[in-house]
Every structure is written in structure tokens, then in C-alpha cells.
Design a binder for this molecule. Structure first.
Ligand code: G
Ligand code: G
Ligand code: MN
Ligand code: NA
Length: 254
């Protein structure tokens, strides 16, 4: 498409920037970190979400350029927030192309160290589809390496892909993120609540953190809390915000 043709140039021109959506810990009422979500600040089309350039993530070179751009921008923002009250943890979405690349984990570490940051400040989000794609053993090896370097790994969109529960036995990850389709079904469906409850129990038994995504209403928040899921993300807390708005958002939240 027309847009796709200009994305490469846009990335090179610094038009792709992270917006940040906060994660709230219901136990403490504190913000504990953010998910970085790519936004294309297009010179004439406005601010575009990835739904409008999703094909980019299927192009190895573009997908790699997006990840690198996002990581460097996140590192720069983390650095600029280091003497503020902004919680210093961000997750970035990565693709199978990243995880199949030689030296991906050490390159990430170097990009953070270069800015005086530590690997513990960054988490990588991968979808079930990504971890089960071609070269899944290679991908699992990279996730293991990332974790041994101190990065956290989150399994995104949990419950929507092909991953069977048996994958959780061997998958190198720290956190599962419950897909928002489960959260929006919670109020109307006791069966959905039963499934989410079992996800929460499973994550606890396996020593994993669990995050509810896409929490939009107070009723959903109460339902999530009643199921003992304590980490939430969604429009109820905040939509993804540009980096320059984060310090004021954090200050007003306290
Ligand atoms: O806000 P939302 O429209 O941002 O994101 C849509 C989808 O695009 C989500 O599935 C999200 O995981 C994905 N996405 C957003 N930013 C990035 C990114 O920087 N890299 C990758 N690989 N995926 C992203
Ligand atoms: O990476 P992932 O697929 O989890 O990306 C999260 C996506 O969900 C992004 O597109 C983000 O903008 C979107 N999102 C975040 N919070 C909400 C919410 O409360 N409701 C809805 N419908 N979408 C959300
Ligand atoms: Mn994600
Ligand atoms: Na998700």
C-alpha cells in the first residue's frame, strides 16, 4: 500500500515513536511500569496505530528497524525519567524475526548499557503465535538467553493462539498477559470468569506474573480483582500516551 511504501523512510526520519500504556498494581495502587506501543507520527496523516501498518511486522527488514527504533527510543525515555517518579520498567513487543537473529539478546543489552540502563528495566513481549512459529527451538533459546541476561519475557495475547497449556511447562517466560477478549467477556459470562480464574491459578502455581489487558470499566476491574489478578492495563487506567506526557501523568496519578 501507499502508506507501507513510505514507512521505511518514516522510520529513518524518526516518525515512529513509542507511546506508553501504564500497568497498575491493584495491591498497592501504584503504577509499576509501561508497555511501549509504536505510533507513526505521520507528517500528513496524523498519529497512526500499528493496525494501519500491520504488514510492516511481516517484512523482516522493516520489522527489525521498528524494534531497534523502539528499543532506542524507550532507552532514551527511561534515561530521561531516571531522576523522576516514573517507574523504570517498560515492555517492548518483538517479532519472530528479532528472536531468530544472531546476537539479538546481547545487542539489546548493549543498547541499554550504552545509556546507563540495566536489562532488568526492559521486558520483551512475544505472542503465542511468535513462539510457536518456524524455528520455535531457536526462538526459545533466544528467550532463555534474554532471561539469563536479566530481561523479563511476557507471553502476550495469552489464550488466543494455538499454544496449549503444555507449552507453559517449557516456555521461558516470566509473565502472561491475558488477552483483552477474555476481560470484555467477564461480566456477561460466568464461563469466561471460570477460564480467567484458572489462568490466574495456573500462573500462580507456575510462579508467573499475570496481567489483565484491555480493562475498560470499573466493573471489569472489580471482576479481575475478585479473581486475584492484581496487575491491570487498559483504557480505565490510561490509553497509551506519548512519552512527553508520562511524567505529568505519573505525578497526577499519585
Ligand atoms: O495500540 P495498538 O493498536 O498499539 O497495537 C496494535 C498491535 O500492534 C498490538 O498487537 C501490539 O502488540 C502491536 N505493536 C504495537 N507496537 C509494536 C511494536 O513496537 N512492535 C511490534 N512488533 N508490535 C507492536
Ligand atoms: O500487544 P498487544 O496486542 O497486547 O497490544 C495492546 C493493544 O490493545 C494495543 O492496540 C492497545 O492500544 C490496545 N488497548 C490497550 N488498552 C485497551 C483497552 O482498554 N481496550 C481496548 N479495546 N484496546 C486496548
Ligand atoms: Mn503487547
Ligand atoms: Na495482548
Amino acid at each position: 500500500t501507499r502508506l507501507m511504501h513510505s514507512l521505511g523512510r518514516g522510520v529513518a526520519n524518526g516518525e515512529l515513536r513509542p507511546h506508553y500504556q501504564p500497568l497498575l498494581d491493584l495491591r498497592t495502587g501504584q503504577l509499576v511500569g509501561f508497555e511501549a506501543l509504536a505510533r507513526w507520527h505521520h507528517p500528513t496523516e496524523g498519529v497512526l496505530a500499528p493496525g494501519l501498518f500491520a504488514e510492516a511486522f511481516d517484512e523482516p527488514d522493516l520489522a527489525r528497524a521498528i524494534t531497534t527504533t523502539m528499543v532506542d527510543a524507550v532507552a532514551s525515555d527511561l534515561r530521561s525519567w531516571s531522576h523522576t517518579a516514573v517507574p523504570a520498567h517498560v515492555s517492548v513487543n518483538v517479532t519472530a524475526f528479532d528472536l531468530r537473529m544472531d546476537g539479538f539478546a546481547t545487542d539489546l543489552r548493549d543498547r541499554l548499557q550504552h545509556r546507563g540502563l540495566t536489562t532488568g528495566q526492559l521486558a520483551l513481549e512475544v505472542t503465542e503465535t511468535t513462539v510457536l512459529s518456524r524455528d520455535s527451538q531457536r526462538i526459545a533459546a533466544t528467550l532463555t538467553e534474554l532471561r539469563s541476561l536479566g530481561f523479563a519475557v511476557a507471553l502476550d495475547d495469552f489464550g488466543t493462539g494455538y499454544a496449549s497449556l503444555s507449552h507453559l511447562i517449557s516456555l521461558p517466560c516470566d509473565t502472561i498477559k491475558i488477552d483483552r477478549s477474555f476481560i470484555s467477556g467477564l461480566g456477561a459470562s460466568p464461563r469466561t470468569a471460570a477460564v480467567v480464574r484458572s489462568m490466574v491459578q495456573l500462573s500462580a502455581a507456575l510462579g508467573l506474573e499475570i496481567v489483565a489487558e484491555g480493562v475498560e470499566t470499573r466493573a471489569e476491574l472489580d471482576a479481575i480483582r475478585a479473581l486475584d489478578c492484581h496487575l491491570v492495563q487498559g483504557y480505565l487506567v490510561s490509553e497509551p500516551l506519548p512519552g512527553e506526557r508520562i511524567p505529568a501523568f505519573v505525578a497526577s496519578f499519585a
